[in-house]
Structures are given as C-alpha cells and as structure tokens.
Design a protein. Sequence first.
Length: 253
Amino acid sequence: MKITGYLLAILFFWATSAAASPSLLYVSKSGNDKNDCASLSTPCLTIQAAVDKVPFGSEADISVGPGVYAEAVNVYYWRAITIHGPALCSEADASTVVVGLPGGTAITSQDHAIVGVSCLTVRGATGLFSRQLAILDYFSVRFLANTAVSLNSNSIASCSEIIWVRSGGTSVFLATSGSVLNVSCNVQVSDGLSFTAFIIVGDRAIGNLGGAAVVASINGQQWIVSNGTLQTPASPYVIPGSGTTELSGAVVY
C-alpha cells in the first residue's frame, strides 16, 4: 500500500497526541502576547501568538474574542488547531471577529498542519489558504477577499454547513498543484459580485462541488479548468456565472 503525505501527517499526529487533551487558548483585544493564553483572564492579543504557543505534534482550540485582528495567521508543522469566534454562529456573529490584512492572506494552513476555522470573517487578497500537504476544514466563515479559498501543493480543503462570500475578485475557489477541494456546504454569494470565474482548477487538482448548494448570481465565468477535474453541483444547483473555459486536460462533469 502506498502511504501518502496526508496519511503520514494523520498517523504522526495521532501517534504523538492521542493521549493528550486539546489545549484551550484564548485571544482578546484586551490581551497581551506575553500571557499564557490559557484562560479568559490571561488571553493573548494576537491569534498568531496563541498558535505559536502550541507545540509541534499537539492539538489546540483557539477561541477569538470580538474585534479586528490585522494579522496574517500561519499554522504549520504538525499542529492540529481550530480557530473560531462565537460558539453559536450566524453571519452577524461571524462579523464580530475579523482576521486579515488588506492585500494579504488571513489564515494559512501549511506543511502537514490540520486547521479548522469557523464563525469569523476573513479579509485580504486570500481568505483561507492551504498548501504543502495540509488539511483545512471550515464552516460559518464570512469572506471579504479577492479569492475566498485557495489551495495548492497537494493539500486538502473542505467546507460544511454554510459560508458567506461578500466581496468579488479573482474567484471564490482556486485549486492547483494536485490539491483536492471539497465543497459540501451552502455557498451564499452576494448577488452581482464580479469574478474572473466562480471556480478555477488547474495542474492536476480536483474541485468537487457535488455536495454544494450554491446560491448566487455573479458577473464572470462559471469555471476555468486546465489539466484538472471539476465535479459540478447536483441538481437543482448550478455554478453561477456565464460561459466557461476548458483548456488542455480539463475534465468537467
């Protein structure tokens, strides 16, 4: 049996952390990065400081309080971390926690990390980015980004429940370089936004929208696929937009 990078990442993580409970860490606009982040009375000021306190091969849950966090969060190297805002999440709740910098990437999962994101707003050039054999799961996330979700370098990203896309740009989804994008959520996109294409898939990547419930009317193409595979949503849902581009090696069904 061939052991893939994904399986190795999961086996390594469970072998080193299965006996330990996840660390509970807190971030607040009233916090201090010199704190231990371990309680509501000793929170960190930034999300990255909380991430950096998680040892390699460990699991942690990071609860982020209301506010704007102008930072680029990077989770890497054998960590399993969830980052979330309020426990009960409507779009209004997700709007109370904003992460990211203009022109940057709000949250990155890379180098064998396993990351969950929920109940917050991400902004910037890219909202969520997964690369280099990382795993990203997200739900109840509000996007104010040029590209909502981007992945490459043999990574995996999956959504569940619902997401809200509230700004236009290049694409809602972008998958390249052998990555796998699974969209099994309700995708709510503000009507009239403009994109180059709703989804772009290339370079041996797979975009699976078979379980997606897409509600949108956009300006731009439905998809651009080159040397990749795209599964479109099940009836009655369709990928929004008009026109498509399918280049060499494209498989769309």
